[in-house]
Design a protein around this ligand. Structure first.
Ligand SMILES: [Zn+2]
Length: 287
């Protein structure tokens, strides 16, 4: 992935010498090399924007200040100056309200595509203007140069009476591959993701939206254990610090999970590069 991690031995006539000569010859900076890789922008909670050149992917978009009694802790997220929205695909991991937020989906361009777990298509297609595609584990979808593949998750899939679809995560493969775990408890599916997809980047939930976690969520420690099984080179903790129930005082659960995750990862997955992003901060992973 990163040039230094798997570069082939340099040929005898080291190209670096040529570069130095070129720079000296013109006195001008060398022209930029076309970017390869992915830019990961965390927009709070489980919402992450992945930019692969023109192709843009957003996970579980939640773009509002409140959801029932749950409030956003901080400002509304922005997509950033480089976002175009012209080739946008939204990935929905499961039907819980903080991951499948219909008003947020309506804010996305009408020409974008929304990918949902099998069983959720009819429910959603009647409520949003975008094209809705059901895609399940074992299937794949191509969006430009990017391939999207759902993977298993261990989490509830129920929204309301009669509306249910199994929760899933996604692997997005372009110049660099990204595993978005969605919402999940700890299970042996992490090892399968690692063995099958070898993701470069893991977007792992490390908390929830209150002082206590419900069933089937990752803690900072179990998320670090998951990272060790997934084997990604870069990990970005998500699903923390964004939402807070009304009446609950701001406390450590809003700030501590990612540093706890990094601390556990240092012993459980010591080779991984943990990058803690603030909301709407982004990081680049080069191919
Ligand atoms: Zn959930």
């Amino acid at each position: 992935m990163r040039a230094e991690s798997h570069g082939a031995p340099a040929p005898r006539d080291a190209p670096a010498a040529t570069n130095r000569l070129s720079a000296r010859g013109t006195g001008e900076p060398l022209p930029p090399v076309p970017a390869r890789g992915v830019t990961v922008r965390w927009m709070g909670h489980a919402t992450v924007l992945l930019r692969y050149g023109q192709q843009e992917i957003v996970t579980d978009p939640f773009l509002r200040l409140r959801l029932f009694h749950i409030r956003r802790h901080g400002d509304l997220p922005t997509f950033g100056a480089d976002y175009t929205g012209q080739h946008l695909t939204a990935l929905i991991s499961h039907l819980h309200q903080d991951h499948l937020d219909i008003p947020s989906l309506r804010m996305l361009p009408a020409g974008s595509t929304v990918v949902v777990p099998p069983g959720a298509g009819h429910y959603l297609a009647r409520r949003i203007p975008q094209v809705v595609v059901e895609l399940g584990v074992g299937q794949s979808l191509r969006a430009g140069e990017v391939v999207i593949t759902p993977v298993a998750a261990m989490h509830g899939g129920r929204r309301s009476l009669g509306v249910e679809a199994a929760a899933q995560g996604y692997v997005v493969r372009g110049d660099a591959s990204v595993y978005f775990a969605g919402d999940t408890g700890f299970f042996d599916g992490f090892a399968e993701v690692g063995a099958t997809h070898h993701p470069d980047v893991a977007l792992l939930p490390v908390w929830g939206y209150g002082p206590h976690l419900g069933r089937h969520h990752l803690t900072p420690r179990t998320a670090a254990h998951a990272l060790s099984l997934v084997g990604a080179k870069v990990a970005v903790p998500i699903h923390w610090g964004t939402l807070k129930p009304l009446g609950v005082r701001a406390a450590g659960f809003l700030t501590e999970p990612p540093t706890e995750f990094a601390r556990h990862a240092a012993s459980l997955a010591p080779l991984a590069d943990v990058r803690i992003l603030r909301p709407c901060e982004e990081t680049r992973i080069e191919a």
